[in-house]
Design a protein around this ligand. Structure first.
Ligand SMILES: C[S@@+](CC[C@H](N)C(=O)[O-])C[C@H]1O[C@@H](n2cnc3c(N)ncnc32)[C@H](O)[C@@H]1O
Length: 255
């Protein structure tokens, strides 16, 4: 039977399972945590959109901030919640995770800093979903508060990936075996600013058993965030901050 292609982060796939292994090796993210920590002005109330497995939210809570991490994928949030439970009680009490859609924010509280980390905004089309996300962010920010959006750089997204038979990532697994990641398909539509990737996660058991494949689709939408921020009443706070040469963190302020 042909492999089904599942959406990335689906509970039936493995991208969520291997997410932390992948990001730990991902040079595209070098320094992002320090940028976010540097945007907080003293102990802060922080909202993270697309908090995923808690890579950033947990770190910020450990630095003394109160963090609410929102995400749409239960498979990612389950891991975040497991990490929260393993923290010391004081840190755990400063950290919350919540299932939700960043494009329809109604949290009933405001924040000093809103973060939309590692290309999260690019996961939704750059039309109504971006407009509603920025509107929601503006509504949930305190006056003077900052909002940071990490987005891909278009020129880098257009680049051809390695051939589909060359793994872009390999890692040994506990107890033997290994996981490898291949990019099966890559396309970029410049008119729509849309990039589609189909990945193949190949899990090879330690024994001679057959490798298990999981085909998963990841789509990124690219656009200039400034008009969306402007329409939501947010102003540019500083020049975009380069991250790994492939992405930039755009920072806005609520007047
Ligand atoms: C690349 S991961 C980032 C995870 C984490 N912030 C990090 O930096 O490691 C993107 C996350 O955005 C989440 N996401 C995608 N669309 C979303 C939406 N509309 N609302 C909330 N989260 C969303 C995905 O489920 C995924 O966990």
């Amino acid at each position: 039977m042909a492999q089904p292609t599942r959406p990335y982060y689906s509970s039936k796939g493995v991208s969520a399972v291997y997410y932390d292994l992948l990001t730990a090796a991902d040079k595209k993210l070098l320094g992002d945590l320090e940028v976010y920590a540097g945007l907080a002005n003293g102990p802060s109330q922080i909202l993270e959109l697309g908090a995923g497995t808690g890579r950033i939210a947990v770190d910020l809570a450990q630095r003394g901030h109160s963090v609410l991490g929102l995400d749409i994928a239960p498979a990612m949030l389950d891991q975040a919640e497991a990490k929260r439970k393993a923290l010391d009680p004081k840190t755990a009490a400063r950290l919350r995770f919540k299932l939700g859609d960043m494009a329809s924010l109604a949290l009933g509280e405001t924040f000093d800093l809103v973060l939309c980390t590692y290309f999260t905004l690019a996961h939704v089309p750059a039309g109504a979903a971006w407009k509603n996300t920025f509107k929601g962010v503006a509504k949930h920010l305190r006056p003077g508060g900052l909002a940071a959006f990490h987005l891909p750089v278009e020129e880098r997204m257009r680049e051809s990936p390695p051939p589909s038979d060359k793994p872009v990532f390999m890692h040994p697994l506990d107890g033997g075996g290994a996981v490898a990641l291949y990019i099966l398909e890559h396309s970029f539509n410049p008119k729509l600013g849309r990039m589609d990737l189909v990945m193949d996660f190949v899990t090879r058991p330690a024994s001679g058993a057959v490798a298990v494949h999981s085909h998963e689709r990841l789509t990124y939408y690219l656009a200039d965030p400034v008009p969306f921020a402007d329409a939501a009443g947010l102003e540019v706070a500083m020049a975009p901050i380069d991250v790994g040469g492939v992405g930039a963190i755009h920072v806005f302020r609520k007047p």
